[in-house]
Design a protein around this ligand. Structure first.
Ligand code: 0O2
Length: 201
């Protein structure tokens, strides 16, 4: 319970929203499986943002380090990452999530169609979830990141570099990572095309 001292009682809401959304998604996946429908998801990861990372983000955004700001001005205190094999699966998951009619979309960023300058690709969507606890509704924000295995592979390595302070040849690494991101994007498209050709027979 490393985070409990910072999030206090709200840790229950953050853990709760993650559990609820993952449970809902897993019901749909099971339903698809029994109906021989394609399950677009490979696996799901989740976390409550660590106290250290939340404090750094609040400071980076020029916000006072308070619980209220962490819960309401930063949208990824609760986060889920959904990993898919193919790009069209990413968009199938986005459509699946948008069908939860009680969830309110607060933000949506398509970094696959519009990659970041460093090459980062992923689809981000922030929902406000009405968490029902004993009949009382608590609106809780959750950020869901949806990306392919290849995009995830890239972003994990790039994330490591960001948090490492003293790296030699940083500019060379940044440029190599950008090249890798472009190659990965092209491989993602090729793999999807091949899969479609195989499916068509
Ligand atoms: P952590 O440690 O992963 O939680 P920001 O763009 O971060 O100032 P915002 O509005 O939350 O603020 O942006 P966004 O685009 O929704 O990004 C939120 C999260 O997406 C980040 O959280 C990262 O997890 C991931 N992300 C965004 N851009 C990049 C990137 O260039 N590289 C990698 N590897 N991940 C990225 P945190 O809090 O930054 O980090």
């Amino acid at each position: 319970m490393e985070n409990a001292s910072f999030y206090k009682d709200s840790i229950v809401l953050l853990d709760g929203v993650i559990e609820e959304i993952i449970a809902r998604i897993n019901v749909i996946r099971k339903y698809k499986k029994v109906h021989n429908d394609r399950d677009p998801i490979e696996y799901i990861l989740s976390r409550v943002k660590s106290e250290k990372s939340m404090k750094e983000k609040l400071e980076r955004k020029g916000l006072e380090v308070t619980l209220d700001n962490a819960l309401h001005k930063i949208y990824d205190a609760a986060g889920i990452r959904i990993i898919c094999a193919y790009i069209d699966d990413v968009y199938a998951v986005v459509d699946m999530l948008k069908q939860f009619s009680d969830l309110k979309i607060l933000h949506e960023k398509d970094y696959i169609k519009n990659p970041k300058e460093n090459g980062y690709r992923s689809f981000h969507i922030v929902f406000e979830v009405p968490l029902d606890i004993g009949g009382k509704i608590h609106p809780v924000n959750i950020e869901i990141q949806i990306r392919t295995i290849a995009m995830d592979f890239w972003s994990n390595l790039e994330h490591q570099m960001k948090y490492k302070k003293d790296i030699n040849n940083q500019s060379m690494i940044v440029s190599e990572l950008k090249n890798c991101a472009d190659e990965i994007a092209s491989i993602d498209i090729k793999m999807q095309t091949i899969r479609k050709m195989i499916e068509k027979g």
